[in-house]
Design a protein around this ligand. Structure first.
Ligand SMILES: O=C(O)Cc1cc(O)ccc1O
Ligand SMILES: [Fe+2]
Length: 446
């Protein structure tokens, strides 16, 4: 049972609509206690448990917590022991020196057969310190296998998952979410989940590839709208939370927890995805980037991309984000007497960019491809490549629709430091600087 705002999608999943809401859901009628969180005996013989995403005392506007009513309490587990970290790394990042160069990568190579989402997570770099709950990491993933009887939870931060190829069916403690390319999924800190790869049309398990922003800092929230008004950018109602769905399995399940940079594993005698009812606001979501309400100039000049912010993780300094998630979605360009693509710039923030589909309007010459990525660290000089500059400087300025691209940016206040595997990767493009070669001198002095 759930509220009137629940709706069903093409994948047959039911969702609750709205970001930051106090949602509630029960997979079995009557399983959710009414009027209190901790009745002496919870309904249906369930255990009551609180999961907090912020300190108890954080301001109401930021406070996140949920109450879970489950078959067994999370506490019923054996000892965790260290397991291999695979290609996952965590801040503080010390494997390389911060690099002021412009960097770009091709997509990850295909994964070895039998790679699931967790095994296929590969860290590119990051900043901050997970133990201090500051900073972020950029990961890529590639997978060809579902996680079965294997569940993951990240104590170090929330995970913003950006599929680029193939859909993910996320079985979370709160229920199921489906996220295909063009959609993003947000898994809050500590929430356990496993990733299934839905079958492709030919009946084979789909291959999946994409990006992950692991945010060690304050949970992502919607940006303020200021003079934009009460509506626009990512509208809260387009975020979808799951309805309760539980696994009632009494066979061994490997539960892997990322804690202060290391993976720890315990074999449970049941599935920890056994939550029958819940309520609260520390919740996973899925959001379709095609719902983004794009705002731009209707007069002149190229506005700063902060107007494309989907979600922001504020830091202690107002207006200075630990990390912003920014999307470059299809939109009209109409600026008069304007160089319309991204301008040349040096930014105090550091920018990791990825491409979900099509092309990006700052790069004409190939090289920035779906599944690949670029890093322009603090103050590195970048912007349109030579071909883009020449074309956009000469083109006739009729209204133009950018339709064939979906790019995004993780923009952070701290420089990103690469992992050794990213700094030495075979898929790192050694010739990226060349895209800015041949920009002619046009200066006329008088
Ligand atoms: O570098 C980039 O392509 C991202 C970006 C886009 C834009 O429109 C303005 C500034 C900026 O950093
Ligand atoms: Fe930039």
């Amino acid at each position: 049972m759930h509220g009137d705002d629940a709706h069903k999608t093409a994948e047959g999943l039911t969702y609750l609509s709205g970001f930051g809401n106090q949602h509630s859901s029960e997979a079995v009628p009557g399983a959710l206690p009414q009027g209190r969180n901790s009745p002496q005996r919870a309904p249906a013989g369930l255990y009551a448990e609180q999961l907090s995403g912020t300190a108890f005392t954080e301001p109401r506007a930021q406070n996140r917590r949920s109450w879970l009513y489950r078959i067994r309490p999370s506490a019923a587990h054996p000892r965790f022991t260290r397991t291999g970290n695979g290609a996952i790394r965590t801040g503080p990042f010390t494997e390389s020196v911060p690099d002021p160069n412009r960097l770009r990568w091709d997509p990850l190579p295909e994964p070895p057969a039998g790679t699931d989402f967790l095994a296929g997570l590969w860290t590119l770099g990051g900043n901050g310190d997970a133990t201090q709950r500051t900073g972020m990491a950029v990961h890529l993933y590639h997978a060809d296998t579902s996680m079965t009887d294997r569940v993951f939870g990240d104590a170090d931060g929330e995970l913003l998952i950006v599929p680029e190829r193939g859909a993910l069916l996320l079985h979370t403690e709160f229920g199921r979410l489906y996220a295909g390319p063009g959609e993003v999924a947000l898994i809050p800190r500590g929430v356990r989940f496993r990733v299934e790869l839905p079958q492709a049309a030919d009946g084979r398990p789909g291959a999946a590839r994409g990006y992950v922003c692991e945010n060690y800092g304050r949970p992502f929230e919607l940006p303020e709208l200021g003079p934009i008004g009460a509506n626009g950018l990512a509208n809260a109602r387009d975020f979808r939370a799951p309805v309760a769905a539980f696994e009632d399995t009494d066979r061994p399940v490997r539960v892997i927890s990322k804690f202060c940079g290391n993976l720890w594993e315990a074999v449970y005698d049941h599935s920890p995805l056994d939550v029958v009812a819940w309520h609260g606001n520390h919740l996973p979501y899925v959001y379709d980037l095609r719902c983004f309400n794009v705002i731009g100039t209707i007069s002149y000049d190229h506005p700063d991309p902060s107007i494309f912010t989907v979600l922001t993780s504020p830091s202690d300094t107002p207006g200075l984000a630990g990390v912003d998630f920014v999307v470059f979605a299809p939109r009209w360009l109409v600026g008069e007497d304007t160089f319309r693509p991204p301008y040349f710039h040096r930014n105090v923030m550091s920018e990791y960019m990825g491409l979900i589909e099509g092309a990006y309007d700052a790069k004409t010459g190939g090289g920035f491809v779906p599944g690949g990525g670029s890093l322009h660290n603090m103050m590195s000089a970048h912007g349109p490549d030579r071909e883009t500059f020449e074309r956009a400087s000469a083109t006739e300025l009729a209204p133009q629709k950018i339709e064939d691209g979906l790019a995004f940016m993780f923009e952070t206040r701290w420089p990103l430091v690469l992992t050794a595997q990213a700094a030495g990767a075979g898929h790192l493009q050694r010739d990226y600087d060349d895209v800015w070669q041949g920009l002619e001198r046009h200066f006329r002095n008088g």
